[in-house]
Design a protein around this ligand. Sequence first.
Ligand SMILES: [Zn+2]
Ligand SMILES: [Zn+2]
Length: 168
Amino acid sequence: MKIKIAGLENGTHTYNFKSNVKKLELNKPFDGEVNTKVVLNKFEDQIIIDVTTKIKAYFVCDRCDKDYSSIVESSYKMVYLSMADDTGKDSPDITYVSPNTDKIDISSDVRDYAILAVPMKKLCRIDCKGLCYKCGKDLNEGDCDCEDEIIDERLKPLLNLKNKFKIN
Ligand SMILES: [Zn+2]
Ligand SMILES: [Zn+2]
C-alpha cells in the first residue's frame, strides 16, 4: 500500500486499497480481503492522512464458545512532515520524510492498527447469554431446566426453617 507523493497537488485526495491478509502479513484472527480507505490532505510541507481499514476476522465467543466472524474496523491519523533533518524527533503520530521522498508506504501502520483493533472481549453478539454453567446448554437457544434448581437451592434454608417452626 504505497501512495505516490512526488508531484502530488495540494488539496484532498482519496485512495481505496484492496489487499489481503497474506500481503499485509496479518495472521489469525484475520482472514481474507483487506479494504483500506485513505483520505489524504496535502499541504506545502506536510501530508495528513486519515486511514480506515476493514478486515474480516474469525473468533470464538468468550461466553457461548461458538465460532463467529465479524469485520474489524481500525482507523488512524498520521502526519508526514517533510524535513531534511529528522534527528531527535519522535512521535507516534508524526513521520518525518525527506523532501525527496516520492512514495509513502502505509502497510506497516495499517497492519499495526488492525492488530490493536482486535477486541479484548470476544462476543458473538453484545447480549450473548452464554452457556449454562451446570448443563452446558446454549442459553441463546432457550432456557434450560437448571435455573429452577438454583432457586430451589436458595429456598432450601427457608423451607427448612418453615418446617422447623411450622410457619404457614
Ligand atoms: Zn456467544
Ligand atoms: Zn442448565
